[in-house]
Write a protein that binds this ligand. Structure first.
Ligand code: ZN
Length: 387
């Protein structure tokens, strides 16, 4: 890859013909139309919180360096911003009157109202720009490794960069668009934020069964995303038809996998709803996030709930009592071994070879206290299962 350092390009030139798309929140063009500020593979504009925008302008006015900016030369006299898009957008937005800075007297100053010498100072500021020229894969490989002042790209932002094209563009219109009215509903089940691509990552994860990059690579040049949206909506509809109440622990669960595993089974939503409430009220349930899969699976896999276990003192006490009695009777201290006809019938196990067991299973209402505790040898405990 060939790189050239450019030191003579000014803010005036960069912002010549600056266009800002209010709806998408991104800067589009500069350098009199020869510069694409936000190529498809760039993240959404994240500076528009009012603070970082202002910080960029204040840095320029104080003569502080803005840091390196990278351009990708895509054709003769045509460039894309590889890194620095947010800084350039802040400059362009200020020059076009999109926000104000505060002066020394705390009075808001738009660019048009600035003293002329300050206007000139901004316009004449020279930026430090690396112009890079290489193949698409070289540029993208390099793009993947840069991690400059701004917020580092997360995994999905990187994938959007690597597989940029019409498919990513269409996906972002639906799943990375905070103006999408469905986001509110989706946020009951999906964690993260829209503009950091968390919803898109989720939609792609579901439809691809976890093979996001493979899927993006296969569909990179598709101009429609029907399969993604159809699958996504199917999963969302399934969740909300099985679970009538929205609980905060539902956010961020592996709904794609749960849908694939359980969607062919019938569920009684009213009964499920009642069980959700009961399990939420059960003090022995330590992991509420596990409640949903536990119910989907027919209340078999208790381990999902991390039901409270017996503490060491209880185990020791029960072991001692059980062993004493077994020795007197000449039988095994594992009550199940004692019932058998094999060599273990009289075996006295060490405490380390035994596990605590609920006599009455937790799922049948058995409590996790000493009166409901028995020690079993490990193999009998395992055989009794995790119920
Ligand atoms: Zn046993």
């Amino acid at each position: 890859m060939k790189t050239t350092l450019l030191t003579e390009i000014t803010v005036r030139e960069i912002c010549d013909g600056f266009v800002y798309n209010e709806f998408e929140g991104k800067g589009l063009f500069g350098l009199g139309g020869r510069l694409t500020i936000q190529p498809e593979y760039q993240r959404n504009y994240i500076y528009a919180d009012g603070k970082k925008d202002v910080a960029v302008i204040e840095s320029v006015l104080k003569g502080y360096p803005l840091g390196l900016i990278y351009f990708n030369k895509v054709a003769e006299n045509r460039f894309e911003v590889l890194d620095g898009q947010q800084r350039i957008t802040s400059l362009g937005r200020y020059l076009t009157g999109k926000f104000a800075i505060k002066d020394d007297n705390d009075i808001p100053q738009y660019f048009s109202g600035l003293a002329e010498d300050l206007q000139q100072k901004i316009l004449d500021t020279k930026l430090l720009i690396y112009e890079c020229e290489g193949t698409e894969s070289e540029i993208k490989e390099w793009f993947k490794t840069i991690n400059i002042a701004g917020i580092p790209l997360n995994e999905q932002e990187l994938r959007n960069a690597i597989f940029s094209g019409p498919f990513v563009t269409r996906c972002k219109e639906v799943f990375s668009n905070s103006n999408n009215a469905n986001i509110q509903k989706w946020s009951a089940y999906i964690s993260g934020t829209v503009n950091r691509q968390d919803y898109l990552a989720c939609a792609l994860d579901w439809v691809s069964k976890g093979h996001i990059e493979h899927y993006m690579s296969q569909h990179r040049y598709d101009t429609t995303i029907d399969e993604v949206t159809r699958y996504f909506n199917t999963v969302i509809d399934w969740i909300s038809s099985v679970f009538l109440d929205v609980e905060s622990e539902m956010r961020g669960l592996e709904w794609g996998r749960l849908y694939e595993t359980y969607h062919t089974a019938p569920y009684n939503a009213a009964a499920i709803s009642q069980r959700v409430q009961e399990l939420y009220a059960d003090p022995y349930v330590k992991n509420r996030k596990g409640i949903f899969e536990y119910l989907l699976g027919g209340e078999v896999q208790t381990s999902l709930l991390l039901v409270r276990v017996f503490d060491e003192a209880t185990k020791k006490s029960v072991y001692k009592q059980q062993t004493l009695q077994a020795e007197q009777e000449g039988i095994s201290n594992c009550p199940l071994c004692a019932l058998g006809h094999e060599a273990n019938r009289t075996k006295i196990w060490k405490i380390g070879d035994m596990d605590a067991d609920h006599v009455t299973a937790w799922s049948k209402g058995g409590a996790t206290d000493i009166h409901n505790c028995q020690m079993l040898c490990k193999s009998h405990n395992r055989a009794k299962g995790n119920k």
